[in-house]
Ligand binder design. Structure first.
Ligand SMILES: [Fe+2]
Length: 118
């Protein structure tokens, strides 16, 4: 049975839009997994509640935004892909620089492993 499924899978040809959609689904799935991992770390290391709430809201906002895009956008238009990829790249990079690094620095400071300068 597995061999049959593998054989069928190897003959399926995806359109570029289908391939991009699958890659986007994988990216979203991994991002959600990563966000949960980060949020569990905040709980484990007792990030202050206000900071944790703010950080989790950033995560939720991105997931909701991408969910809305997946449901409403016409992915046959290449400009949509360019805009979405640019948005995700900017959001993730800025989030890592402005939010992830500051909260991880605070966790390290609370553990007396690093001097945090706000
Ligand atoms: Fe984060």
């Amino acid at each position: 049975m597995e061999e049959i499924d593998l054989e069928r899978a190897s003959t399926v040809v995806e359109t570029p839009e289908q391939r991009m959609m699958h890659l986007l689904e994988e990216l979203v799935g991994y991002t959600i997994f990563h966000f949960h991992d980060e949020e569990n770390m905040f709980i484990k290391h007792q990030l202050p509640a206000k900071r944790m709430t703010r950080h989790v809201r950033f995560h939720q906002a991105l997931v909701e935004k991408v969910g809305d895009v997946l449901l409403t956008v016409d992915f046959t238009r290449m400009a949509v892909w360019d805009d979405l990829i640019a948005f995700l790249k900017d959001w993730l990079v800025l989030h890592i620089i402005n939010v992830d690094q500051k909260d991880s620095a605070l966790i390290l400071q609370r553990q007396n492993k690093w001097k945090y300068i706000p």
